[in-house]
Ligand binder design. Sequence first.
Ligand SMILES: NC(=O)C1=CN([C@@H]2O[C@H](COP(=O)(O)OP(=O)(O)OC[C@H]3O[C@@H](n4cnc5c(N)ncnc54)[C@H](O)[C@@H]3O)[C@@H](O)[C@H]2O)C=CC1
Ligand SMILES: O=C(O)[C@@H]1CCC=N1
Length: 287
Amino acid sequence: MPYHTAHLPPPLFVPRMSSAIAFIGGGNMAASLIGGLIAAGRPATELRVCEIDADRRAWLAQTFGVDTFEAAADAIAGARGVVLAVKPQQMRSALGGLTIAPGTIVVSIAAGIRLDTLQRWLGEGLHYVRCMPNTPALMRSGITGLYAAPTTPKDARQLAEDILGAVGDCVWLEDETQIDAVTALSGSGPAYYFLLTEVLREAAAALGLPADTAKRLARQTFIGAARMAETGTDVALLRAQVTSKGGTTEAAVQHLETAGLRRLFAEALAAAARRSAELGELFARED
Ligand SMILES: NC(=O)C1=CN([C@@H]2O[C@H](COP(=O)(O)OP(=O)(O)OC[C@H]3O[C@@H](n4cnc5c(N)ncnc54)[C@H](O)[C@@H]3O)[C@@H](O)[C@H]2O)C=CC1
Ligand SMILES: O=C(O)[C@@H]1CCC=N1
């Protein structure tokens, strides 16, 4: 001890608040989030991933320069935030026997797993945020619905928003049950869009266009239309601008309306929301 400090008491140990974020599950959604966080300026050294698949671990380490672990306990040690990013059906076993330090922020992106279930599995003393992102997160064009109980501290909400905000927009929800509707709309939504693209290109091919040409036209039409919607102009107005009185669009739209397109989508979204709630019930019954 240097001479001039010899008479002083030893310094108090003040633990430095870790800024590390650990992912449990390093699949598609985790990779999108990790890519987004790194692009947003978070050092790869602050990110760790627990992934059971060895090839995937190697890919994650090579692609992002993050530390990877086979055991969740090693990945989460000292982390400030833990992102739960395994499939819902894999969650229970991924979290089995895991003890997360009190005060840690737990951000779940799993479909259909309620906060009360997570709390029962992982215990109290943690700060939970439930999120529903979507796959355009890969292009940093995602949108995520987030919910946290009113008592959740601001810094926990902020960390969740930093993570999901790195890959797109964030929308806070007032009630956890709204996550079911978010899952039905934006969570599953990219699939509806891709399905519509498939349906349109098949229909155009049936009208006599070469398959490749139909594919190109269908894809670019949606991309172009999405860019127009991105300006913020109401899509109903954009639709009206395409729809000439007595013209071709009117003929098609009238057919879709009469055939019950709106009802079909209302039923489809209701089915997705119902499934999300059902999964919530199923997982709530798991020990
Ligand atoms: N794919 C989507 O459109 C969306 C998915 N989600 C949610 O995101 C979560 C992840 O989904 P994806 O990335 O699509 O799945 P994924 O299958 O690509 O990734 C899951 C990863 O977890 C790994 N894994 C499985 N068990 C593990 C364990 N015990 N410990 C460590 N790693 C383990 C798997 O090897 C895999 O790499 C799911 O809960 C899903 O509900 C949320 C929004 C959209
Ligand atoms: O299909 C699913 O269950 C997940 C949730 C939203 C998108 N994919």
